[in-house]
Design a binder for this molecule. Structure first.
Ligand code: GLV
Ligand code: MN
Ligand code: MN
Length: 413
């Protein structure tokens, strides 16, 4: 089969998608269900329709673009990723899997190929946790990994519920109807930039992911006592920010103390109230992200954070409330799907590396209802979740070509 990727067109589409941003370019900020996200979705749907794919959206905004196979009743082959972007992100996280997936389908169409099983491209809603605090919202609901009851209880920082926000964006219907059955997809493949430095260091353009690390995140509210920064003397203080800082330092030391390079932990959100230089912080909210490929080690860090909260409560006379946003197990790729991707690399004589994903992805949740594997594309210096994220047009095209071949192989089986 002659699979030719139109690398320039795909790269141009990635740049156009990046122009839908709420941050000054080249930074990309695209928060789920914002006007900018809706404009990006419209652009994506237009490209899918132009490629003669049948587009449907579910009640949470997951968007499916289907190329019907010769045997359309068989479980389909899925591929895709996300287009939402954290504040001040780059142009490639998620988007390479969505627009690369689209170009893979177009390349197969151009080759004259007719799929046996349908091939479906998915753009998942809110892989990023920015708005509702929980990542992979769309794929969690699709795979039954998040109860509809919990999803209904999600609110954004302005107190708007998921139901309010999605219906304002035009996504009606019940969240009960989002879940997919286990025989909806036969296999799901996700193309994604590596977001780490390994492929570049090894001078290898693509990687095949065998497992995805286990993420967990917590939200911690600390309530101390506010007051005048000049007149309340140090022994009388119950500074909520200092309590938060002490917890944050424990997050770091607990992650380091496992001695394993794969344990990572971050405090990426810290909201201080009232936020005035001459006022002692009375309330602070922090959000903690802990990950490891080893579940027991990850959970040991979570327990250390629990203990730190108890200690800080008594040492500093503050009140602490904790919410577990997610504690997910790791996912294993399917050996068969991994082999398919490796075979496709071999077919084109493209060197590939077997690797784990330390970032999470929608595939982590899709693995609960179908066989999954991921294909990573080399990126520059491992930089991601930053505006200077970069992957070359050539490497993206290479990954897209391998994906197209693997999708066709799986569809024919
Ligand atoms: C995904 O964006 C992650 O934080 O791993
Ligand atoms: Mn991301
Ligand atoms: Mn991503």
């Amino acid at each position: 089969m002659d699979i030719t990727i139109n690398a320039d067109q795909l790269y141009g589409e990635l740049q156009t998608l990046a122009s839908f941003t709420d941050a000054p370019p080249p930074a990309v900020t695209r928060i789920v269900f914002s006007k900018t996200d809706m404009a990006a979705r419209a652009y994506f749907k237009k490209l899918c329709t132009a490629a003669s794919l049948t587009v449907r959206e579910d009640p949470v905004g997951n968007t499916f673009a289907r190329w019907a196979g010769r045997e359309p009743d068989l479980p389909a082959i899925g591929t895709g990723s996300h287009t939402d972007a954290i504040p001040h992100a780059g142009a490639y996280d998620g988007t390479v899997g969505v627009l690369g997936g689209l170009e893979a389908l177009r390349a197969l169409q151009r080759s004259g190929y007719q799929p046996r099983r349908s091939i479906e491209l998915v753009m998942f809603t809110s892989e990023e946790p920015t708005r509702f605090g929980i990542g992979c919202l769309g794929s969690r609901l699709l795979s039954g990994s998040l109860s509809v009851e919990r999803a209904r209880a999600l609110v954004d920082k302005d107190g708007q519920s998921l139901d309010q926000v999605r219906s304002a964006a035009g996504f009606m219907g019940s969240l009960d109807d989002v879940g997919l059955s286990r025989d909806y997809y036969e296999t799901f493949l996700e193309l994604h930039v590596e977001q780490g430095p390994i492929l570049e260091a090894r001078n290898i353009p693509v990687g095949v992911v065998t497992a995805i690390a286990a993420p967990a995140s917590l939200r911690i509210w600390i309530e101390g006592e506010g007051g005048h920064a000049g007149t309340v003397l140090m022994p009388q203080r119950h500074d909520a920010f200092l309590a938060a800082a002490q917890i944050a330092l424990t997050v770091e030391s607990a992650a380091k103390s496992t001695g394993a390079i794969d344990t990572v932990a971050t405090v990426g959100v810290c909201d201080v109230f009232p936020g005035a230089v001459n006022s002692i912080p009375s309330r602070v909210k922090i959000e903690v992200d802990v990950r490891d490929i080893d579940l027991a080690r990850r959970d040991a860090v979570l327990r250390a954070v629990d203990r730190a909260c108890d200690e800080v409560t008594s040492q500093r006379g503050v009140k602490i409330r904790k919410e577990v946003l997610n504690v997910d197990p790791p996912a294993q790729s399917s050996a068969r799907a991994v082999e398919t991707l490796e075979q496709s690399c071999k077919e084109f004589q493209i060197p590939c590396l077997s690797m784990v994903s330390r970032a999470y992805h929608d595939s982590l949740f899709m693995s609960r209802i179908t066989d999954v594997a991921m294909l990573f594309v080399r990126c520059r210096a491992g930089i991601s979740h930053r505006s200077d994220e970069y992957a070359s047009a050539e490497d993206i095209a290479t990954g897209t070509r391998v994906l197209a071949h693997a999708l066709a192989h799986l569809s024919d089986k």
